[in-house]
Every structure is written in structure tokens, then in C-alpha cells.
Write a protein that binds this ligand. Structure first.
Ligand SMILES: Nc1ncnc2c1ncn2[C@@H]1O[C@H](COP(=O)(O)OP(=O)(O)OP(=O)(O)O)[C@@H](O)[C@H]1O
Length: 436
């Protein structure tokens, strides 16, 4: 995508502060990460309270966008601030991303730079550098917290064993050093990465693992709203609940089916790009169509293409077309209720001269389309109830709503109409038997 976080836009309508939507920004609040924060603080407390000759290690493990970096950085920031204000003993907090600093030498050099040392690129062996840097920090009476992010990379690159061995056995390797050390080592794929490391390293590292699970859609809603309300990254009036639900539902993790990315970074990106798109069109609010546009542009892996639509059954296509038409007619809505979908579907069938399926079959087809990733379905909120009584519907589906979050509707509508016509023509010519 050509849009970027650096892009400057004159006369902003929606975005208040672009930096607050970037990856580096540490947000004011981290909803749904209290447990991880408290656990880390309790493991590291002896270190930030100034105890000497100790090592405390925490491992973070979890998939992309689950807040590992954000939690570690915000803890580091808070500890550093308290220490700077004299409320805690002196401490050096060093954040090292192994994506950027990939060898033991580079990591130690970064640590040295963070402690105020100017270290040449050459002239030291990494052993000498270890001694030099750690002795320097120790002599200043500081304790040390190291956040080693993207440790998977360093584990796999061969040098990782050495580095993690040194970090986890500091007091043995450098017995003259008195400082207390806290280590937060962040892995995206812990189990896989540990296989690259020696047993000795693993045993000293695997003490405490703090897990970060993918976010559910309701957790993502809180995270998105927090970025709008607490951080003031985006004008609140420009965003509706509908838009936030739409993004959160698309990205949210569903524990029952183990599907969905649960990635806060992707959800924030969609919000950001949708805001840019709305601004580009001169709008004061973000509409569902802007969100769809962004998703189609490839923030999400694009699972859906014309070929997949072609492979759907005739009535799957007819139902999908009904949902699409409804959403196109009501641009401000991201979801429509099942009752309305059924009526629209019957109308679509009439237009194509096709006999509609019975309600329960329609419902099953909607579920199938959901599993295939074409549509999103959710239980409607009570505020929508007035609209869900169009039809008396049995069981759980009564309050259901469906939406299409991943595909731009106008494109989808055309593809579906063409595909349905083709199929019906082929059937008339006797090339294809009816499916139902
Ligand atoms: N609980 C949360 N509250 C607010 N923002 C969050 C939360 N969790 C994650 N974020 C935001 O989502 C983005 C991605 O989070 P973060 O970088 O911490 O993920 P990560 O788990 O470290 O991912 P990766 O493994 O890809 O580095 C960041 O912009 C971060 O600020």
C-alpha cells in the first residue's frame, strides 16, 4: 500500500495524531494486559528495587500483535521514569530489537550505547565487549533491565546461544559484577525457537513464561476505543461503534473455532488506513466502505478471489448477493439482520426465476458462508432488536446479523450477478444440472 504513517495530509478531518497509530508508540493504557503486566512486575521487583547480584528472567510468548512489545516497553518506561524521579534506585533499561541488532556483538554494542558508552564497530571481541559494557554499568551502581525483542531471530541465527547464555549466567561468567539484572526475552514462536537453543541455555531461560493470547473481537474493540479516547489518535466523532465492531470482528480471535488473527496491530492499521481513505474522500466520518476498501487493499491476507466465488453453490451465491445488495443500499450499516436477509434473498430468487430455499436451509447456508470466510455473523445487540422482528425465526438465529467485512461490495455484487447468470444459462442449455 502506498499510504504510510509518515504521509502528511493538509487540513486533517479525522486523524489527530499519526504517531499515535504507529508501531513504536507506547499507548497510555493497555487494556486486557493487566495480568501480564502484574506478573512481570512481580518477577522483576527485586531488580527494580535495587537488589544486587540477582538475575530475574521473564519470557514473553505469543503470536504477532498480541501486545508483547507494548507491555514490555511500557513497563520499562514506567520503571525508568520512577528511577529518574528518584522514586526507585538507579536503573538502566535497554530495549533491543533483534531484528535490528542480530549478533551478540551488535546487541552488546547497543547495550553499551544505551548506557552512554561510545563503542567503535571494530576493535573489541564480543567477550571483551561483554566485560567492558557490563562493568561500566555496574561501576555506576545501576541495575539493568534488558528487553530483548524478536528473540526468535537471534535464536535461529546461531549467535543466540552465546548471547542468551551470557545474559542468563552473568553472575557466573562475570563474578566481579554486583548489579542486579532483569531480562525480558520476547518470542513469537517460543517452542520452535527453543529448539535452536542448547539445553543449558533453555534450562536457565525457561523459568517463567508469560503468555500472550490473541485478542478476541471484544478485546480489540476496547483497544481501538482506547486509542481513540485515551490516546486521542483519532477524532471520536469520526468513528461509530459500527466501524469499530466491524474491524474488531474481522480481526478478532474466536477461541471456540480457533480462527481469526487476534492481532491488535492489524486492527489498528485498518483503522488508520480507513481514516486516511475517508480523509482522502473529504469525509468527516469513517464509513464501512472505507474499511472494506482497506481490507481489500491487502492489510489482511486476501483469502477471497473470483475463483472462490465461482465455486460456491447457486444458493450460496444468491444469499451472498442478497446480503451484498442490502449492505450497498444501507451504506452506514456494517451488519444487517437475518430476517431482512431472508426477505431480500427471496426477492433475489424471484428476479432470477429460482425457487428459494426454506428458512433453515438459508440459515445453514449463512453459517457455511461464515465458515468459508465470506461473511461475518454475530448476535445482534439489544438496540437492534426492533429490526430483528421482521420475521419470526426459531432458535439462536433470531437475533443474528450478518455483514461482509473483507470485500468491497460493488465488486462483489458484479462478480456474483455475472456468476449466477452464467450458471443459470448453463443450466438452461442443459450443461449443468440444478444443485438443489
Ligand atoms: N492491550 C493493548 N492495548 C493497546 N494497544 C495494544 C495492546 N496490545 C497491542 N497493542 C498495540 O498493537 C500493536 C502491536 O502490538 P505489539 O507490537 O506489542 O505486539 P507484539 O505482540 O509485540 O507483536 P510482534 O510479535 O509482531 O512484535 C502496537 O501498536 C501496540 O501498541
Amino acid at each position: 500500500m502506498s499510504m504510510s504513517f509518515n504521509g502528511y495530509f493538509n487540513g486533517r478531518r479525522i486523524i489527530l495524531d499519526e504517531r499515535k497509530l504507529s508501531n513504536e508508540y507506547v499507548p497510555v493504557k493497555l487494556p486486557h494486559r493487566r495480568t501480564q503486566i502484574e506478573e512481570t512486575l512481580s518477577i522483576l521487583q527485586d531488580v527494580y528495587r535495587g537488589q544486587k547480584k540477582i538475575l530475574r528472567t521473564v519470557i514473553y510468548s505469543g503470536p504477532s500483535g498480541t501486545g508483547k512489545t507494548a507491555v514490555a516497553r511500557s513497563i520499562g518506561k514506567e520503571i525508568k521514569e520512577k528511577s529518574d524521579q528518584g522514586k526507585m534506585p538507579p536503573i538502566l533499561v535497554s530495549y533491543i530489537n533483534a531484528h535490528e541488532y542480530r549478533t551478540k556483538f551488535q546487541v552488546l554494542r547497543k547495550l553499551g550505547n544505551d548506557s552512554g558508552l561510545d563503542i567503535p564497530r571494530r576493535g573489541f571481541s564480543s567477550e571483551e565487549l561483554t566485560q567492558y559494557v557490563l562493568n561500566f554499568i555496574d561501576r555506576r551502581g545501576h541495575n539493568l533491565i534488558i528487553i530483548l525483542d524478536e528473540a526468535d531471530i537471534i535464536a535461529k541465527l546461531g549467535d543466540g546461544n552465546d548471547l542468551l547464555y551470557v545474559f542468563s549466567r552473568l553472575n557466573e561468567i562475570l563474578p566481579e559484577i554486583r548489579m542486579g539484572v532483569g531480562l525480558i526475552v520476547i518470542f513469537r514462536q517460543l517452542e520452535e525457537s527453543l529448539e535452536y537453543l542448547d539445553k543449558a541455555v533453555v534450562s536457565s531461560l525457561s523459568a517463567r513464561v508469560v503468555r500472550f493470547d490473541p485478542y478476541t473481537s471484544s478485546q480489540l474493540e476496547d483497544i481501538l476505543w482506547s486509542r481513540i479516547q485515551a490516546d486521542k489518535a483519532i477524532k471520536e466523532e469520526a468513528v461509530s461503534e459500527e466501524i469499530i465492531s466491524m474491524i474488531a470482528d474481522t480481526v478478532g480471535y474466536v477461541p471456540e473455532t480457533k480462527t481469526g488473527l487476534g492481532d491488535a496491530r492489524i486492527s489498528l492499521k485498518i483503522l488508520y488506513y480507513a481514516a486516511l481513505k475517508a480523509e482522502e474522500e473529504g469525509k468527516d466520518v469513517i464509513l464501512p466502505e472505507h474499511v472494506r476498501y482497506v481490507m481489500n487493499k491487502g492489510v489482511l491476507p486476501s483469502y477471497i478471489d473470483e475463483e472462490m466465488i465461482e465455486k460456491l453453490s447457486l444458493h450460496e451465491k444468491l444469499i451472498l448477493l442478497a446480503v451484498t445488495e442490502l449492505l450497498l443500499a444501507e451504506k452506514e450499516k456494517a451488519y444487517v439482520n437475518m430476517g431482512t436477509v431472508v426477505l431480500q434473498y427471496e426477492d433475489v430468487c424471484n428476479r432470477f426465476g429460482e425457487k428459494p430455499l426454506k428458512y433453515t436451509r438459508v440459515w445453514e447456508t449463512v453459517q457455511m458462508l461464515k465458515k468459508l470466510g465470506f461473511i461475518d455473523a454475530r448476535i445482534g445487540r439489544s438496540t437492534y432488536r426492533g429490526k430483528t422482528t421482521l420475521i419470526s425465526i426459531p432458535n439462536a438465529s433470531e437475533n443474528s446479523e450478518v455483514g461482509i467485512n473483507r470485500i468491497p461490495l460493488s465488486v462483489l455484487e458484479k462478480i456474483l450477478r455475472d456468476s449466477i447468470s452464467r450458471e443459470l444459462n448453463a443450466r438452461q442449455r442443459g450443461e449443468k444440472p440444478p444443485q438443489e
